[in-house]
Design a protein around this ligand. Sequence first.
Ligand SMILES: [Zn+2]
Ligand SMILES: [Zn+2]
Length: 246
Amino acid sequence: MSLKVTFAGTGDAFASGGRLNTCFIVDAPGLRFAIDFGATSLSALNKIGIAHNSIDVILLTHFHADHCAGVPSLMMDAMLGAKRETPLTVAGPVETQARMKEIGQALYPGSQAMTPKFDVTMIEMETLREYRIGDLKVTTYPAIHTVQANPTSMRVEVAGKVIAYTGDSAWNEHIPDLARGADLFISECYFFSKAVPFHMNYPDLKAHWDELEAKRVILTHMGPEMLAHADGIEEECAWDGLVVDI
Ligand SMILES: [Zn+2]
Ligand SMILES: [Zn+2]
């Protein structure tokens, strides 16, 4: 069985290169799920012709807007426009339920008066644990990123395949475990040479490249400096609309 991975959004928080916020859509047998759902994700889905209601599960790595702030818009559309009837599961770091409620009320004042007509399940995942979410097996790792955002890296197994994703994170000792044997390892790579806290840059990745025992590695979340060099490096880089079968 193969999985289809659509890189709906591959940008950073600040629209570098005109790219949309992080959102990867994975089609597995009988299940479509998203990994991260940044603020611009409804636009990203519309651009590539993916119906909002067709996503069964959303996995969130952390609570920065470019990774999770599309969820309230999806919920509003599901209630008002797209008239969703099928269940939705949102699984993210600890505090997912409270954080989604907070940002939902902040972004759509008055929305607290609305009750979805479909089942919504929120799952909160601690790090270094394994969770079964329907057919998905999700293993979580602590990421090195803004601590208030509850940063998490995750490894998702489904239909005999593994997709691993750093989320936003500096290099850390868990990344080799995260990537090991993955059919697809998606790594953030924010800068080409500049060293920044809480993120990875290209030299960090190259220094540890041999520790990434993944079958395929794709770089994402590139800022302007990294984007300027993306065409000149041998590693594979994501772009909005890239579709990969694994
Ligand atoms: Zn980010
Ligand atoms: Zn972040």
